[in-house]
Structures are given as C-alpha cells and as structure tokens.
Design a protein around this ligand. Structure first.
Ligand SMILES: [Zn+2]
Length: 333
C-alpha cells in the first residue's frame, strides 16, 4: 500500500528491529485470562477477547447451548447454537452477548480478556456492548460520561456496578462515539456511511496493532493518531484536519485515489471500499488487522527517522511493512 509524503527505513530502524528480535521471546501467548462463573440459564457477557467463531466458543464451553446478541444496525437478535444453524457466526471484541448454560450447575469459565475496547461506536437505538472500563464502576458513573448525554444505560441482571468484561445495554438517540476509557490517543474521522460494526472493528484493530508492536518489538507509537475512514476522496479532503495533508503528492483520480490505505507521521487513511473490494466485508477485523499492522509500520518508520525522505527505496519501506503483516499472521497461527 502506498504512502503519502515520505516513508523511509534507516539503518537505525533496522538496528532497532534486530535488537527487538534479540529480546522478543517466541512466546506470543500473552493472552490474559479471566475466570467467570456462569449460572444455569442466560448469562450476559461483554466479549473482550480476540474475535472468536461461535463454534469455537461452544467447543471451549460445552455447557453452553445457545449464544445470542443484538444486532443494533439490523435491529434484531442473532443467535448461534451447536444444534441448529443460526445467524451469529463470529463474536467480536466490544460485543455484548448472552450465553445460555444448560443443566442446573454453575460453570467456571476461563475466558480471554486481552482485547479491551475503550472506544465503542453505538448505533441509534439499542446496543448490547461490552464494558471495557475499570472494575466496580457504578451505573451512575458510567451514565455520567459526557458522550452519553441523552443515552440511557441499562445493566442486565440488575447489576449495580460494572466490571471489566460485563455486558451493558445502551439506548442511543443517535450514533454515538462512547469513550469508555478517557485518554486513548486515537481519533477516528469516518464517513457517515460507515457502520458502527466497521468502526468498532477499526478501533479495536488499530489499538491491537499498536499493542502488538509494543509487545513484539518494544516499539511505541509516540504520537496522537488520527484515523480517517472514507469512501470518497472529496469527502476525505473536506474532513481532513487542517494540519493533515492527507493526499500529499497523490491526487483524487476520478472518484478516489488509487491506493486503499496510506500513512503519514501521525495519521492513517483507509479507503472503506477496499473492505468490500477485497471481499472481506463480513470479516472487518481481519481486514483492519492487516491494514493497521502495515500502516503503523510506516508511522513507526516516520517516528524513528524523524524526517521525511521521499527518496528512500520503496522496496525497503514497503518490504518492512509487508513483512510485519506476514510475521504477525505467522505468529498468530
Ligand atoms: Zn505501505
């Protein structure tokens, strides 16, 4: 994927990478585990792990006989069952789900809690989402978020205080960007046509890619990132913050530019139509994971170089970003 402005790789970066390789352990299983007690009947859970297929959840939790969630965009429930073909295939971070446990005994459930979703995009109307804030936050405190001004929060099961990984109902009067955790150094500026599902996938994967570079190479993005998500070039230019020259030497060609994503020193632009062009629209997490692993490599190149060098060899600049994406996939397998 092409970058606007300059992206370069210097020996300093290569040396840093070499060091990172030397210290990075082969252990990529840094997944945190949370133990929950699930009661017979319906249990509300906020999903804060990696995206997981419903079938894999049933395998890990054989006592579960049904999982369902509320699709805020379609305004309908979706379900999965080990016995009947349902219409819920994948559970993504940020989703609130209901797990039905059979039998009459509580089940101890060890589940991953390594994928916090500090910014949640809400559809107008009801949303069932995960709580990624601190443990023990009262409903009143959660409701007092300025983002939720006219929204209503209802905790299922008469919960008075929220813990990380709980599920929560939110009724939003319009589309809302809810920062459950303040101070996350990311802004998303997206086309109005982007769905909450796609925006939630984008934010989760951008944060996850940042975390991956930190864990794997001890490389930290030191700047506040602005993420752009658009369909249309003119709209992108209209939305771009004045300090961001998001096209650089590129031009709007016809309806759009020829690249699906690119990065600058403190921003990343993604063309949402690439999600559909590449046939990944039902797996936005996979798409955004690859895109942000690649583009954040460029942001880090800018950061480590501290200068713009358009003349650096593209094979080296792009090679590193492409290698990162492949490397991450291999480690995840
Ligand atoms: Zn690139």
């Amino acid at each position: 994927m092409r970058r606007a402005g300059s992206l370069v790789l210097l020996p300093a970066f290569a040396a840093l990478l070499a060091t990172a390789f030397a210290v990075a352990s082969a252990d990529d299983s840094s997944t945190a585990i949370k133990t929950d007690s699930l009661l017979p009947g319906d249990n509300f859970v906020g999903w804060v792990g990696q995206p997981i297929y419903a079938d894999d959840l049933f395998e890990a939790l054989p006592e579960s006989q049904l999982v369902y969630n509320w699709d805020g965009e379609a305004e309908q429930f979706r379900f999965a069952s080990p016995h009947v073909r349902g219409d819920l295939y994948k559970i993504d971070p940020g989703m609130g789900i209901v797990i039905r446990i059979s039998g009459d005994e509580a089940v101890a459930w060890r589940r991953p809690d390594d994928r916090p979703v500090p910014i949640v995009f809400l559809e107008p109307g009801w949303n069932l989402v995960a709580w990624s804030g601190a443990d023990g936050v009262s409903l009143g405190e959660a409701r007092s978020s300025p983002d939720l001004k006219e929204a209503d929060i209802v905790a299922p099961e008469k919960v008075e205080r929220l813990d990380f990984g709980d599920a929560i109902w939110v009724n939003a009067p319009h589309a809302i960007e809810w920062r459950q955790v303040p101070g996350v150094p990311i802004d998303l500026i997206a086309t109005e046509t982007a769905s909450a599902v796609n925006k939630n996938a984008l934010i989760t994967e951008a944060l996850s890619a940042m975390d991956w570079y930190k864990q794997e190479f001890e490389l930290e993005i030191a700047t506040h990132l602005t993420l752009y998500l658009h369909f249309d070039c003119e709209e992108l230019l209209a939305d771009a913050l004045p300090e961001h020259d998001v096209l650089g030497e590129l031009q709007c060609l016809g309806s759009y530019h020829p690249f699906s994503a690119w990065a600058g020193p403190d921003y990343v632009v993604v063309d949402l139509s690439a999600l559909y062009m590449w046939g990944n629209s039902w797996r936005p997490h996979d798409f955004f994971r690859d895109v942000y692993t690649h583009e954040l490599a460029h942001v880090l190149q800018y950061q480590l170089l501290e200068r713009s060098l358009l003349d650096e060899p593209a094979w080296l600049v792009e090679g590193v970003a492409m290698w990162m994406t492949t490397h991450r996939k291999i480690l995840a397998d």
